[in-house]
Design a protein around this ligand. Structure first.
Ligand code: 4AZ
Length: 346
């Protein structure tokens, strides 16, 4: 009896750890790893199209011949999948939300698995330079102003994934193959502040390292939508703070371009300042803002439990000033350009 018990436990452990999906019915999908009919709660997310991290809804009830209450799932929750079968990884799936210990501005490791640090090499030391996000297995999205000095000097920049505290000793560091600036990028006046970094090797996609979703062109993030910016930039609460090196998050509302331009005109930019059409704005609530060092980092908005990148931190006048939003590159405008680059480099 005892042996039977041990054998049974072993089988259970193996079934969970080694991805025995025998109890789930297969359903048709274009993924090589297969899709299965499961309860919604067992489905981690949707499949990606050719590794492009573009969302592909597969969550309709009774879809693809599954039973009532089931979904045809391209990515089962981790405990039901084998560690080895990590592909494909869905986009925009946030890790455990961290909100208990030290207030709302701290993030937890793995909470934003698409977050990357762009490092620059100075005097043979890697220093934090900018933020970026994973959009595909070998492509990061960032601001052009972060990497415009490195187009012909890719050896002087590197990308860190699975990184959370800048003091961490363990992370995944990837070499850069190519920096692709937007062809119409200008630093002064700023416009089209968007760039891609192609890495030499692939990210080891998994629980703490996975892409963000790029919104379809038709997506709009209406003013007032509350989105989240993350980064290692200056903490607006603590001036001159160098000890606090953990990644931070801040919730900011989307602000219409019209109101944003009006607010920016009240600064030294003056009454004839025009906000270039490549930008969108978010923030304007006292102390809740991105700041110096957050450049290149993503602004993400939640839609049906997936996170879509709406903006890239670009610039602003000061930080955390009430009624003065931060300025972000509007990612939705560049979907086609991003898609072309994914086809070319991914
Ligand atoms: C910067 O210098 C910067 N408050 C980024 C964001 C904002 C201001 C400055 C927005 O990278």
């Amino acid at each position: 009896m005892r042996y039977i018990h041990i054998l049974f436990s072993l089988c259970l452990v193996l079934a969970v750890r080694c991805g025995n999906l025998g109890s789930f019915r297969e359903c048709p999908c274009e993924q090589s790893s297969g899709c299965y009919c499961v309860q919604h709660s067992l489905c981690r997310t949707v499949a990606t199209i050719e590794g492009s991290a573009l969302p592909h809804a597969r969550l309709n009830a009774t879809s693809h011949g599954c039973s009532e209450g089931e979904v045809c799932c391209g990515n089962l929750r981790k405990k039901f999948t084998s560690r080895a079968s990590r592909q494909p990884v869905a986009c925009g799936v946030r890790g455990p939300v961290y909100r208990i210990l030290r207030g709302e501005t701290d993030t937890g490791p793995g909470e934003f698995p698409w977050m990357l640090a762009v490092m620059k090499n100075e005097n043979s030391k890697w220093k934090f330079h900018c933020g970026a996000s994973i959009i595909s297995k070998n492509i990061a999205l960032t601001a052009a102003h972060c990497v415009d000095d490195y187009e012909d000097n890719v050896g002087k920049v590197a990308i860190r994934a699975d990184y959370w505290d800048l003091k961490d000793k363990e992370f995944e560091q990837l070499k850069v193959e190519k920096v692709v600036l937007h062809p119409e990028y200008s630093s002064d006046p700023p416009r089209n502040d968007i760039a891609l970094i192609i890495t030499q090797s692939n990210f080891r996609l998994g629980e703490n390292v996975s892409p963000v979703c790029i919104p379809p062109k038709t997506f709009t993030f209406p003013p007032g939508t509350r989105c989240i910016a993350t980064g290692w930039g200056r903490n607006t609460y603590v001036p001159n703070d160098t000890e606090d090196t953990e990644m931070k998050k801040v919730e900011v509302p989307i602000v219409s371009r019209e109101i944003c331009q009006r607010r920016l005109r009240r600064t030294f930019l003056g009454r004839s300042f025009r906000l270039h059409k490549s930008f969108m704005c978010a923030g304007g609530e006292s102390q809740m803002d991105t700041c110096q060092g957050d450049g290149g980092s993503p602004l993400v908005c939640n839609y049906k439990d997936y996170y879509f990148q709406a903006g890239i931190v670009s610039w602003g006048i000061g930080c955390g000033v009430p009624r003065l939003p931060g300025v972000y590159t509007d990612v939705t405008l560049y979907r086609d350009w991003i898609k072309e680059a994914l086809d070319l480099y991914a």
